[in-house]
Ligand binder design. Structure first.
Ligand code: PLP
Length: 396
């Protein structure tokens, strides 16, 4: 069961010292001690900080985990989980994970002897067949970016448990409001808290939540030992964002479904990707493991060219052209020339990221305003296509 809005709001404590209703920002690097080792629970702010501690307890509660650990970015959180492994270990990862995670695995960790085997995680059999005695970690993202494929967390967790390896789920797109991987059998959840948890496009943050204490202690050790902590101010900002998470997610989901249904029947759209659509290839699993389908919608144009996509993404007004997602303002991006540019074109297309694919992060504006914005962009695209058609003289 996901935490209710009431439980969430009232699990954020009133400051016991002053009664402040907003969590104080403890902007300090160190804490005065009465005698060596005798202190009020805090000694140095990399190791622990009261503002960050409130956030970390809140994160654990949100994901139904034991321990929450906050980092300075989503990638720093991912990095901490990979550091649980040692040379010679292997990761099985979904083949369309976030490009930054792919870069971290291949360009940083392969040279330390950690190998990664990429498989299509929408098929549980693929994961089962890829397991070897070296596999120590299964890494999935669900839904994935930008084609919103869904992996069956519960089925994969059974394989992980039977094989003695850990399952980590990047829950950035779904958020704990819609999906709780730890309750479905995962061992670790990570987030780019930069996205929906923060929710206002005003911070970079990440977190790890573990199901049990022992794993939590290991990640906590790495947080202190490697040092990529979240600052007190950003911890406060993230708490403030999380306070409205259930409300925001509800609105993101409602508008995204309306927009996906509208796009699906649009004559200029070849294909619309949204797990809430009945014809989405993994709709049944999405329905089984999550209570909603999120705020991201992707679509491919009938005119499948980068040029057409560029005309479209530069023609919207409310949807701002930018990387990132999950904020209150709607964003759009063209993965082939932005987020997925570093992937070779053939590999990118094979993963479903076609030349004209456009990703929308549906914000909190009125859905009808967003649809009107998309419609006028389609009109501009249509006018541009007519203008660029070679002139053929009418026969008389
Ligand atoms: C699914 C996912 N995980 C992790 C990250 C990395 O997070 P950050 O940008 O906060 O480092 C991103 C960033 O876009 C992401 O989309």
């Amino acid at each position: 069961m996901s935490i209710t809005a009431t439980q969430l709001i009232h699990s954020i404590p009133v400051d016991p010292l002053t009664g402040a209703i907003s969590v104080p920002v403890y902007q300090t690097s160190t804490f005065v001690q009465e005698a060596p080792g005798v202190n009020k629970g805090y000694d140095y702010a990399r190791t622990n900080n009261p503002t960050r501690a409130v956030l970390e307890q809140l994160l654990a509660k949100l994901e139904n985990g034991h321990t929450g650990i906050a980092f300075s970015s989503g990638l720093a959180a991912i990095d901490a989980v990979v550091k649980l492994l040692k040379s010679g270990d292997e990761i099985i990862a979904a083949d369309d994970i976030y490009g930054g995670a792919f870069r971290l695995f291949t360009r940083v960790y392969e040279k330390f002897g950690i190998t990664v085997n990429y498989v299509d995680a929408t098929s549980v059999e693929n994961i089962f067949e890829a397991i070897s005695h070296r596999t120590k970690l299964i890494w999935i993202e669900t839904p994935t970016n930008p084609t919103l494929k869904i992996a069956d967390i519960e089925a994969i967790s059974k394989i992980a448990r039977a094989s003695g390896c850990l399952l980590c789920v990047d829950n950035t797109f779904a958020t704990p409001v819609l999906q709780q991987p730890l309750l479905l059998g995962a061992d670790i959840v990570v987030h780019s808290a930069t996205k929906y948890l923060g929710g206002h496009s005003d911070l970079i943050a990440g977190c790890v939540i573990t199901k049990d204490k022992a794993l939590g202690d290991e990640i906590k050790f790495l947080q202190n030992a490697c040092g990529a902590i979240l600052s007190p101010f950003d911890s406060w900002l993230l708490i403030r964002g999380i306070e409205t998470l259930p409300l925001r997610i509800k609105q993101h989901c409602n508008s995204a479904l309306l927009i996906a249904e509208w796009l699906q029947q649009h004559p200029a759209v070849e294909k619309c990707y949204y797990p809430g659509l009945k014809n989405h290839c993994n709709h049944a699993i999405a329905l089984k493991q999550s209570s909603g389908f999120g705020g991201i919608v992707s679509f491919a144009l009938k005119e499948n060219t980068e040029e057409a996509a560029h005309v479209f993404v530069t023609s919207t007004g409310l949807f701002k052209l930018a990387e990132s997602l999950g904020g209150i303002k709607s964003l759009l991006c063209h993965p082939a020339s932005m987020t997925h540019k570093s992937i070779p074109a053939e590999k990118r297309r094979a993963a479903g990221v076609t030349d004209s694919l456009i990703r929308l992060s549906v914000g909190l504006e009125e859905a009808e305003d967003l649809i009107a914005d998309l419609e006028q962009a389609f009109c501009k695209l249509d006018a541009n296509q007519k203008d660029s058609k070679p002139f053929v003289a009418a026969s008389v």
